[in-house]
Design a binder for this molecule. Structure first.
Ligand code: MG
Length: 312
């Protein structure tokens, strides 16, 4: 049952994070599965993927949404690197790429030891320039969000691409379907969503026995992960994309909108939406406006928070 757009205050402090008198605003609509919101302050523009339509969209306040790229190799998650360049996960190309202003593309990763990646889903760039990304099979499970194909790797890893060598290394190998990921402000904790309970866009079955949770890991020397533990189970739905704010609060997509968790895993509150949320990013000219990609629409919420990684 889809909720009305609004807020649920669980811990009182959440009422300081959002303006409860102003409901989430539907900024634009008409997409099939909006994903991968990424903000450019230079032009006050939000880019995002509309995955099944194989296109990327650009939205500006007062101008609405227009096509940015079509076809787009079924891009999913996006992030900006330290130089502001757009880094994208492609289901279709089964790769992670960096896109330059002149339209040229640099392949960051498309295989691991000669075997093609499944369909990179989401990524984050750390302050050392490393690119961490997840590789579930959603883009090859059917031709709805990519091109149906067999997995060459046979499983679903989380990778880190070293900025010095350019080589991907496996940092986690025990996920069902790793999805969104985000670092704590000090980059010493990495949160990774496991959306294994959702099989893919081709199959609406929700397998409650499979993961629908976020795990937390200690980051060792900026390169490897240790001490993996359950951070929170997400209900309803699954966690897809997530972000961490500058105080370490975790904002994650869920079946009923966006949930906000304290660093100790306490649920602080929810942004309730009438559509399933897929991903989110802080943006706006002062970095505190939360853009949420939720199925057919992009929603916006004014907050008092900012992204842990700054405006990237
Ligand atoms: Mg995702």
């Amino acid at each position: 049952m889809a909720p009305q757009a609004g807020y649920q205050i669980v811990e009182q402090e959440f009422s300081d994070f959002v303006d409860t008198a102003t409901p989430p605003e539907q900024l634009c609509s008409g997409f099939v599965w909006a994903e991968g919101p990424v903000y450019f302050a230079e032009t006050d523009t939000l880019l995002f993927s509309d995955i099944p339509n194989n296109r990327m969209m650009a939205w500006r306040r007062g101008k609405g949404a227009s096509e940015f790229l079509n076809p787009a190799e079924f891009t999913n998650g996006h992030f900006r690197d330290r130089d502001g360049h757009l880094v994208s996960c492609e289901h279709g190309g089964r790769r992670v790429i960096r896109r330059y202003e002149d339209g040229s593309v640099e392949v960051i990763a498309d295989n691991y030891q000669g075997k093609r990646l499944n369909s990179p889903n989401d990524l984050v760039v750390t302050s050392d320039g490393a690119i961490w990304f997840t590789d579930p099979p959603y883009g090859i499970a059917s031709s709805v969000e990519g091109y149906k194909a067999k997995s060459e790797l046979g499983t679903n890893y989380v990778f880190r691409v070293d900025p010095a060598t350019g080589e991907p290394a496996i940092v986690a190998d025990d996920f069902d379907k790793p999805n969104g990921l985000a670092f704590s402000p000090d980059e010493k904790t990495l949160y990774i969503a496991d959306s294994g309970a959702i099989l893919g866009a081709h199959d609406p079955t929700f397998n409650a026995a499979a993961p629908h949770h976020i795990r937390a890991f200690d980051v060792v020397d900026g390169k490897t992960l240790a001490n993996g533990r359950l951070f929170v189970d997400i209900e309803p739905g699954v966690p897809d994309g997530l972000r961490v704010d500058s105080e370490g609060f975790v904002w994650t997509s869920a079946g009923d909108g966006v949930h906000c968790y304290a660093p100790d895993g306490t649920l602080c509150g929810k942004i309730l939406l009438p559509e399933v949320a897929a991903n989110l990013t802080f943006g706006g000219l002062d970095g505190s406006y939360l853009f949420i990609a939720a199925t057919t629409s992009i929603y916006g919420v004014a907050t008092t928070r900012r992204d842990a990684a700054g405006r990237r």
